[in-house]
Design a binder for this molecule. Structure first.
Ligand code: ADP
Ligand code: MG
Ligand code: ZN
Length: 620
């Protein structure tokens, strides 16, 4: 997951850190600074002066400090104010009589007198001021982090972001594609705009809707758009924000969030990445189990049950791991409505590109459909990134408008990693990569069902792939036939097949191909019913939106058989690729030589060379 928080790690320090610092400072001040500041200044005078002052009646109290060999006394100074003085002890037998005669009170010690105002300032006002100041500083940091209004020292309050209507500024027009999701959410918008209409009939709208889909498909954007369309306040909080503070804070935050929302109704409460708090609770109570998270989740469930659905508080939540959510969250009356937000199809991609292209200056005659066709599988966030990368490239090259070339280049940048222009590849390596890539393309082209190749390049990418064959499907399709899958596996083995055929040795360059081919072959056998076992599920998908992890659902005996079948399927595919390349070895040489020279070859160039008659080439 790509976290996009700002890098201010100071703000991430736990509250306890600041409390410890403040306490330490106050303790140190109390121990060392305050006592000396509060102790009255003691002036030293000579013994004879002391006696003179006693006789003159200026001394009111005397204390004999025997251990310190000194006399401390209180006398009025020239301004008539009482002050502390001290003098050294002098052997003087007549002192006591003298003091008695002068009417001076005397003792063995004298309590240190404090200036009451000063001590009040130091022991009360200053510490409070320090606490207040630090609290203020801290809360400012928190507010900055949470991005919304939070008062000083209101640690127990939720830091839900309150965005005014105009600030959300997002409408459904900003969300391209995703028509089904928008339709599902339009009802909620209508409900927020006219709650009476629904209340009149007695209809209760679902309290919550859960937006589910892969990362970057616009879930957060859609939630904002709902608030923007309905022109209601938008409380947004991320699941991870609930968990990060003190124990008990998460639950307090939930409580507070709903309190605020009830006051501001109609409004939307949006909980992003709800899976961080809404994970399945494990009843076993694992050691050090996450009590905090469970408390927060329980509080959320309680609040969702507790509030009045007619009031107009709608809770939206987003997640890309719906299967990990606690079933209690999905029960009717909670997030009972699920809104799938899928990766965009061809039309959707074009629409998203159009939305984002509006924000940059483009040359006339830009063909966004071509970009959309080249970006099968890209998310909305990827597409937004492509447009931005294209604009950056235009600036880099000193142009004021984005060209089609910029867009095509940034497709490759975003999809396949940045070009490593300065990466050095030896001539021999280049030759191998050329044959490898042409191997894929040639095998693909010789099989009717495989997608035609539009562009092949041997310029290395940082993503790790050395060469990169961009395959574009003419039409989007959701179903793949058995033949298409087989052809795809054959195509994937074509790279290494070409290396073997030409160089009689193979390299590590095929690791990615191998991974993909294995995955496809395995899927055919265990999930699509295209293997020997027929329509029996040998594996189940556990992580639909994050790469589609699978877990075995069969006995170890079958597991072994599956492996055998996968191996033989891929082996068959490989021998088919070998055969195709052997039959077309002349074309393989011709195409690879062209690619080696040009570094890139377009689909048309490829097909022209492939379809050229040998005689023509000889004649030409
Ligand atoms: P998610 O929350 O699903 O991970 P976001 O809503 O944060 O994705 O999307 C990230 C960015 O991608 C958005 O800010 C927007 O620029 C772009 N984007 C994603 N989907 C779309 C879409 N359907 N239409 C327009 N822009 C989109
Ligand atoms: Mg999001
Ligand atoms: Zn390959």
């Amino acid at each position: 997951m790509f976290e996009n928080n700002d890098g201010d790690h100071n703000a991430k320090r736990p509250l306890i850190f600041y409390v410890v610092i403040v306490t330490t400072i106050v303790l140190l001040l109390n121990a060392f600074i305050f006592p000396t500041m509060m102790a009255r200044q003691i002036q030293v005078v000579g013994y004879s002066d002391f006696l003179t002052w006693v006789d003159a009646g200026r001394v009111s109290e005397v204390s004999l400090e025997q251990e310190a060999d000194q006399i401390i006394f209180v006398a009025t100074n020239d301004q008539g104010q009482e002050e502390l003085y001290k003098t050294a002890v002098f052997p003087d037998d007549g002192l006591i009589t003298r003091l008695q005669n002068a009417g001076v009170r005397f003792s063995a010690s004298i309590p240190t007198q404090n200036n009451t105002l000063l001590s009040f300032v130091f022991s009360w006002i200053l510490p409070i001021a320090i606490f207040w100041g630090l609290g203020h500083l801290l809360s400012n940091q928190l507010t900055k982090r949470m991005g919304g209004g939070m008062n000083a020292l209101s640690f127990g309050k939720a830091n839900a972001k309150i965005v005014a209507d105009k600030e959300t500024g997002v409408t459904f027009a900003d969300v391209a594609g995703e028509e089904e999701a928008k339709d599902a959410l339009k009802e909620i918008v209508d409900f927020l705009e006219h709650p009476d209409k629904y209340a009149g009939i007695g209809a209760k709208l679902p309290k919550g809707a859960l937006l589910v889909g892969p990362p970057g498909t616009g879930k957060t954007l859609l939630a904002k758009a709902v608030a923007g369309e309905a022109k209601v306040p938008f409380f947004s909080i991320s699941g991870s924000e609930f968990v990060e503070m003190f124990v008990g804070m998460g639950a307090a935050k939930v409580r507070d969030l709903f309190k605020q929302a009830n006051e501001k109704a109609p409004c939307i409460v949006f909980i992003d990445e709800i899976d961080t708090i809404g994970k399945k609770r494990d009843g076993a109570g694992a050691i050090g189990g996450n009590d905090e998270r469970e408390q927060t989740l329980n509080q959320l469930l309680t609040e969702m049950d507790g509030f009045d659905g007619k009031k107009g508080v709608v809770i939206l939540a987003a997640t890309n791991r719906p299967e990990s959510l606690d079933p209690a969250l999905l029960r009717p009356g909670r997030f009972d409505r699920r809104v799938p937000v899928e990766l965009p199809d061809l039309q959707g991609r074009e629409a998203i590109l159009r939305v984002h292209a509006k924000n940059v200056k483009c040359e006339s005659g830009i063909d966004l459909k071509e970009i959309a066709r080249a970006t099968s599988g890209a998310s909305g966030a990827d597409l937004a990134n492509i447009i931005n990368e294209a604009a950056l490239r235009a600036v880099r090259l000193g142009r004021s408008e984005v060209s089609q070339g910029d867009l095509m280049e940034s497709v490759e940048t975003v999809i396949a990693g940045y070009q490593r222009k300065n990466a050095v590849m030896s001539e021999n390596e280049k030759r191998i990569v050329s044959y490898h890539e042409i191997g894929h393309a040639l095998v693909a082209a010789m099989q009717t069902h495989s997608a035609p190749v539009t562009k092949i390049t041997i310029i290395p990418r940082t993503s790790g792939a050395l060469g990169y064959t961009m395959q574009v499907d003419e039409d989007e399709h959701y179903l793949m036939s058995r033949e298409e899958l087989l052809n795809k596996i054959v195509t994937l083995t074509g790279g290494q097949a070409a290396e073997q055929l030409i160089f009689h040795s193979i390299t590590t360059g095929a690791s990615n191909d191998i991974e993909k081919a294995t995955k496809l072959a395995r899927g055919m056998i265990t999930r699509y019913g295209m293997g020997e076992f027929g329509m029996v599920a040998m594996e189940t998908v556990t992580n639909q939106y994050l790469g589609g992890d699978t877990s075995l659902a069969c006995s170890p005996a079958y597991s072994e058989k599956i492996d055998d079948q996968v191996v033989s399927l891929v082996k068959q595919a490989r021998s088919k690729a070998d055969q195709i390349l052997r039959e077309n070895e002349a074309k393989l040489h011709e195409l690879a030589a062209f690619l080696l020279k040009q570094e890139t070859i377009t689909g048309e160039e490829f097909m022209r060379i492939l379809n050229a008659q040998p005689e023509e080439t000889v004649l030409a």
